[in-house]
Design a binder for this molecule. Sequence first.
Ligand code: SIN
Length: 275
Amino acid sequence: MTYRRISVEPLTPAIGAEISDIDLREPLDDEAHAEVRRALLAHGVVFFRDQPIDHDQHIAFGRRFGELHIHPASPCVDGRPELMRVHTDADSTRQNGHQWHSDVSCDEEPPMGSVLHLHTVPECGGDTLFSSMYAAWDALSESMKALLAPLEASHESAHLYDHLYGDAVVRRRNDWPSAVHPVVRTHPETGRKALFVNAIFTRRILGVTESESRGLLEFLFEHVANPHFQCRFRWRRNSIAFWDNRCVQHHAMWDYYPSTRSGTRVTVAGDRPRH
Ligand code: SIN
């Protein structure tokens, strides 16, 4: 695959690429935008180094890829709900995303992508792991694929958000999102099949017994964590990761306590997952 405006260095054959020779403080013209989008679709998650963007530039970059998604509850920066605060320090009792997931899959139309910019990073640790849900689907046996292909699962958030954000100023209190999605979705742009259940939001596979659902989800959550499907990103100050939630899950390591790791996330809206 050739690019004229950016350089693209894959991290692993399954997932991830680093993009260089681009300054994200500048608006993306059509050709640069098309190439970044092509790299994202080809690799599932793309990384940029040394990008000291401000909040407006961060929002402008996200908007280039679609309408922005507003998180139902998470704290934001500068009173701007499209700028989600991602921050952990010595006073934190938890870190966002410290478990395999795709962002806000409990929404009827889960986000297409997320763009995370970190301005403060620990000396070491705080990596983010990414896992390709194309690779996870492709690695299943034909018998398991046949079993899972027609199934749907419920994705919920009350169990998480009530506890996390119950006392905060929230946007959708008493109306926490929940949705039913296919267990395997067809990516609307690549046409590839991607496994779409995750340990944070997926609570129940429908159309099977409770214990069958439990057993299947336990197997699938373990399957998603197979290192063959993964890459791991080591952050530096002013790195950016842009991942496609339709075909990628991620897991943020919290192995750097009591150091500080801080930045903002802009999230691009998506569409309803289809079989
Ligand atoms: C998230 O958006 O889930 C957090 C990811 C990270 O902090 O690396």
